[in-house]
Design a protein around this ligand. Sequence first.
Ligand code: SF4
Length: 92
Amino acid sequence: MSAQQTQEQGIELWQIRAECRGPQAEVFFPPPHFERKVDRLQRERRAKRICDHCAVKDQCLEYSLSIREPHGIWGGLNENERKSVLELAVLM
Ligand code: SF4
């Protein structure tokens, strides 16, 4: 896919290199039904392990913080962890 094609489709270039593309993407967001805490923690651990090997982890985290993404695992952090990062940034 060319840079022009990705811009036309609203895809950031770094997203093409994301480790979470494909079927494993489902562990990055909560299911549509109730999720027990133990299941959420297990799902998030699986997602974070994928993030640990992702070449675009820094870009992903930066993007999610810039848009205040409220859901899911981005850049190895869940929504509460990203919220803490943003709160710390305000204090600095
Ligand atoms: S850091 Fe994690 S959420 Fe972000 S693109 Fe990579 S695998 Fe996906």
